[in-house]
Design a protein around this ligand. Structure first.
Ligand SMILES: [Mn+2]
Length: 556
């Protein structure tokens, strides 16, 4: 059960109050509100191995070497890989952008892919968003005569690989003042370093001063997608990234936004995280990571439009597949009695592992249980995804059944695993035993902190303040308000399936619109009844006409 607490008022001015509530000291408010490209960007040479990496890349250019950018397949790795490839190509380096298949190859480097690149004559591989843990594959690359420069932001493992260079702000040896960059952010620092070095040399590259800022749209997408804290240098990258995106200069992105009927000029972080990132991620989930990369790399309007349509179609197929899998699981759940079971553990060799994380997320919401789902794609290893309902740390749960898995990993709330075919039938019993041993905690009651009370008449002013505080995300949560004692003037359902709710609110003669997607008048703590009064908890946003409205979170 949720309960709400309104934060103590820290300042009369709303913006100051919100900044203080986010732990930003009064002296730092100006710097937070106005991220600055020059001052918020730290010296890239403070990152480990940066000087060495730049020298190696310049040598590769001089020697006419064939270089591969090997990026992850998600919405951090793909934009990062496209960006680095695009930049190095402009410098005149021969580049192949390699993206592994999410399930046939999996996350990271692999011997077959390296062999393929070796065959194609590649002598240098630069990773994006991966590589920090790749001890064996990097040693193998060495035997093939391939140098590897790692750019990554993942945590330092016990043993580090012997890469030619290992650029990662999270390494214990890093002197870089900010360790929150995403994978594309680290690749971006490599670009900055190459340019600094080139411009300091007597013969700089033919690359106009400041031109590199046009690459920030890709860093921005990655930074917003990868759930890194939107503070410090990330805030600058995300904010400038959105500014570049609003200029609409990348044909593929422009075409995708147009197709989704998102206005380019007023694009916000929500458009990226709810509309663009899931589509980039859909590509690899549905076997075609290259479509997302080609879309972001497209140089012509026509090519952009074709790829946008293709990516959107892949996303529709992904949605259909998720919905069908959810239905199949629900049917099986209904046929079993799971009332007493804290876990749902299920699989089907025909399920596509790439979508099971999304399916598990929906099932956690629907059933309030921790969910493990597995499927298979190529080979005889079974792969799956799991999501916690909040009663257990899912990685610790899997660790409690360690030998049931070939591999597992993840975070407290979500994870992934691989199981040998002959062991899969033991998985439910093993996980239930591990859950019982962990003593599965009761879900703690959730207390939601509301940033402040607001009157409907303050909506417009609040919206202007909020745009200064944006972009919102991890580390800079979207402010939540309570509008006390407002009248419900009218309600209506809308949308193709009539599954979205719009409510007109009124108080002291001021009217305001509010909205809740996939909701009905009885979806909240209190039922919405026309003519009655209620406290509305919600976020403030702009509607498609640019008027402020409330996004309903709850009705009390
Ligand atoms: Mn990443």
């Amino acid at each position: 059960m949720k309960s709400y607490r309104v934060r103590e008022r820290l300042h009369e001015n709303l913006l100051e109050h919100l900044l203080l509530a986010r732990g930003i000291e009064p002296g730092a408010h100006g710097a937070f509100l106005n991220p600055d490209y020059a001052t918020d960007s730290h010296d890239p040479f403070l990152l480990p191995d940066m000087g060495k990496a730049v020298e190696r890349i310049l040598a590769a250019k001089k020697n006419g070497e064939h270089v591969a950018v090997w990026s992850d397949y998600d919405a951090d790795g793909i934009p990062g890989g496209v960006m680095l490839s695009e930049f190095l190509r402009v410098l005149g380096v021969r580049i192949t952008h390699y993206i592994p298949h999410r399930h046939k190859e999996g996350y990271g480097l692999n011997e077959e892919g390296l062999a393929e690149l070796k065959e194609a004559g590649v002598s240098l591989v630069i990773t994006v968003d991966l590589g920090t843990t790749e001890v064996e594959n990097i040693a193998h690359a060495r035997t093939l005569g391939i140098d590897i420069i790692v750019t990554d932001h993942h945590l330092e493992p016990e043993v580090l690989p012997e890469a030619f260079a290992l650029i990662n702000p999270k390494l214990k040896t890093s002197r870089y003042p900010f360790d929150g960059l995403c994978g594309a952010g680290v690749a971006w620092k490599l670009i900055q370093a190459i340019l600094i070095k080139s411009r300091a040399s007597g013969q700089p590259f033919d690359y106009a001063q400041g031109k590199e800022k046009w690459l920030l749209d890709l860093v921005g997408i990655a930074t917003l997608s990868d759930m890194v804290p939107l503070v410090g240098e990330n805030r600058m990258l995300a904010r400038n990234g959105l500014l570049v995106m609003r200029r609409g200069r990348r044909p593929g992105l422009a075409a995708l936004l147009k197709l989704l009927r998102i206005s380019t000029q007023t694009l916000t972080e929500d458009d990226i995280t709810f509309m663009i990132s899931p589509r980039i991620n859909a590509a690899s989930r549905m076997d075609s990571p290259q479509v997302a990369a080609s879309l972001l790399a497209a140089t012509g309007a026509e090519e952009g439009a074709t790829l946008a349509a293709q990516l959107n179609k892949i996303n529709d197929e992904r949605k259909g597949l998720v919905a069908a899998t959810v239905r199949e699981v629900n049917k099986r759940v209904a046929a079993m009695d799971l009332t007493a079971s804290p876990l749902i553990v299920m699989g089907n060799p025909n399920w596509r592992p790439g979508i099971l994380g999304l399916v598990a997320g929906k099932l956690v919401e629907a059933h309030g249980k921790t969910v493990f789902l597995w499927g298979r794609e190529g080979g005889d290893v079974i792969r799956g995804s799991c999501r916690s309902d909040g009663t257990v740390n899912i990685v610790e749960l899997m660790a409690g059944a360690r030998d049931a898995f070939e591999h597992f990993g993840g975070h407290a709330a979500s994870g992934g695993f691989a199981v040998a075919e002959e062991d899969i039938h033991h998985l439910p019993a093993r996980l239930h035993a591990a859950y019982a041993a962990a003593g599965g905690l009761a879900a703690a009651p959730v207390e939601v902190v509301v940033d402040r009370e607001l009157d409907l008449a303050e909506l417009g002013a609040a919206q202007r303040d909020l745009r200064q505080l944006a972009p919102f995300g991890v580390g800079n949560e979207k402010p939540l308000f309570i509008f006390p004692n407002v009248s419900i003037a009218s309600t209506r359902m809308f949308g193709k399936a009539q599954d979205h709710l719009e409510v007109a609110l009124e108080r002291n003669g001021t009217r305001a619109g509010s909205i809740a997607f996939f909701s009905a008048p009885d979806s909240f703590s209190k039922k919405i009844v026309q003519g009655e009064r209620a406290d509305v908890v919600g976020h403030v946003e702009l509607d498609w006409r640019g008027a402020p409205r409330i996004r309903i979170i709850d009705i009390l």
